[in-house]
Design a protein around this ligand. Structure first.
Ligand code: S3P
Length: 432
């Protein structure tokens, strides 16, 4: 049972209908917060994520000397330190946010000083060795306890490296690029799977030059950043919950305005289309390298299954819990393999999805690197536990829309980590 149990009861729905505007993308908000905090000048960030995680990044940037003003109109103003961080007088508290801890470690690594990163119980269990390796190769020194936070980064002069990421992780890539920004020489990075490229776009938006090779990305050290004015696109990973809700009902109709459509994230739309969702993209435009569009969505005549294996899981890693949660309602079932990373997210998302599907009466087979959920099943309302993981709370709230009877979600407040408005908006679109 989650430690901090706010429960939410979700009733079955007849369909979902309506129009939703999503709060700003979590991944982009983190990067803008961090780079604005280092840059020269005042950045103005509209539609910044309302989730607790990017606000942990903002608080850390304040501890490093940036000034953050949350305006009444929702715009966040960040006045950066102009290239030199202050030595923080308190721990850098990353809360639940792996992105804050890993990416910011890279950003501070080239700044002389000692930075202590702490996090909540979940974050303290997550692997940090993956950033210690490359950052120490560049010349920083990092203390961990058994591979985990609390993490102390001893920053100082860094040397550029050539690095191949052994695991598909945009956070590790970002830690290396951010460290490379302050290193001597040109840092080059190769990825086995091309992960989300928000850091590359954000660095360019703040004025840094990056070079893309055939399968590598390089950043020259010693470049300075300048403040930007930006509107953060709506979060596609938050939209995923409503897109999956729309998949559950043949007559569903949703419009999702101003959603981030970065190609390194939008593979999700191909998967959902393959499962039968009808998606039309309108008003596509580009801002600071990020694509934004409006999604017009209609339900599937036949809700087909999906095989999510090979390099695919890395591209939709945050959406796998909700795809698995709705899998019983598909015709053909959903198979997820090659997704071991799911076990080291905010929770062990393989174990927890399996546990909660079983709590709702579904048959499911668990693998070390994924699961198989047969199709053609029904779910009965039951009691599910988020274990304080935001995406688990939201995934099962969506599945509950088609369950028989009501579903109680323990630890529902975890949704606020990325999407505080989730339950309110879900209620608005659910026709009962
Ligand atoms: C993120 C990358 C992914 C993702 C996380 C956000 C990012 O993590 O799961 O929610 O913003 O770069 P990994 O880099 O660990 O795969």
């Amino acid at each position: 049972m989650s430690s901090n149990s706010t429960t939410q009861t979700v009733l079955p729905a007849r369909t979902v209908r309506g129009s939703v505007r999503l709060p700003g993308d979590k991944s982009i908000s983190h990067r803008y917060a961090m780079l604005a905090g280092l840059a020269k000048g005042t950045s103005r960030l509209a539609n910044f994520s309302t989730g607790a995680d990017p606000h942990s990044s903002l608080a850390c940037m304040e501890a490093l000397g940036a000034t953050v003003v949350k305006r009444d109109d929702g715009v966040i103003e960040v006045t950066g330190v102009g290239g030199t961080f202050q030595q923080p007088t308190r721990d850098l508290d990353c809360g639940n946010s792996g992105s804050t801890m890993r990416m910011l470690a890279g950003l501070v690594a080239s700044h002389p000083g000692t930075y202590t990163f702490v996090g909540d119980a979940s974050l303290t269990k997550r692997p940090m060795q993956r950033i210690k390796g490359p950052l120490e190769q560049m010349g920083a020194r990092i203390e961990l306890i058994d591979g985990h936070a609390p993490m102390v980064v001893h920053g100082g002069p860094l040397k550029a490296i050539e690095f191949s990421t052994p695991i598909a992780s945009a956070q590790v890539k970002t830690a290396v690029l951010f460290a490379g920004l302050g290193a001597e020489g040109t840092t080059t990075l190769q990825e086995a799977v091309r992960t989300r490229d928000h850091s590359e776009h954000a660095l360019r938006a703040f004025g840094a030059e990056l070079e893309r090779g055939r399968d590598s990305i390089s950043i020259r050290g010693g470049q300075s950043l300048t403040a930007i004015e930006a509107t953060v696109p709506g979060d596609l990973s938050s939209a995923a919950f409503f897109l999956c809700a729309a998949l559950l009902f043949p007559d569903s109709q949703l419009v999702l305005d101003d959603v981030g459509m970065n190609p390194s994230r939008s593979t999700l739309l191909d998967v959902l289309t393959g499962m039968g969702l009808k998606i039309t993209v309108l008003n596509l435009e580009e801002k600071h390298g990020e694509m934004i569009g409006t999604l017009q969505v209609n339900g599937a005549e036949v809700l087909k299954g999906a095989e999510i294996t090979g390099t695919l899981p890395a591209l939709i890693i945050d959406e796998l819990p909700v795809l698995a949660a709705i899998a019983p309602f598909t015709r053909d079932g959903v198979t997820i393999r090659d997704a071991k990373e799911l076990r080291v997210k905010e929770s062990d998302r393989i174990a927890l999805v399996v546990q909660n599907l079983r709590a709702m009466g579904a048959e499911v087979e668990e693998f070390e690197d994924g699961m198989h959920v047969p199709g053609g099943q029904t779910l009965r309302g039951g009691v599910v536990d988020s274990a304080d993981d935001h995406r688990i709370a939201m995934a099962f709230a969506v599945a509950a829309l088609r369950a028989e009877g009501e579903t109680t979600i323990h630890g529902a407040e975890a949704a606020a980590i990325s999407f505080p408005e989730f339950f309110t908006l879900l209620n608005e679109i659910a026709a009962r």
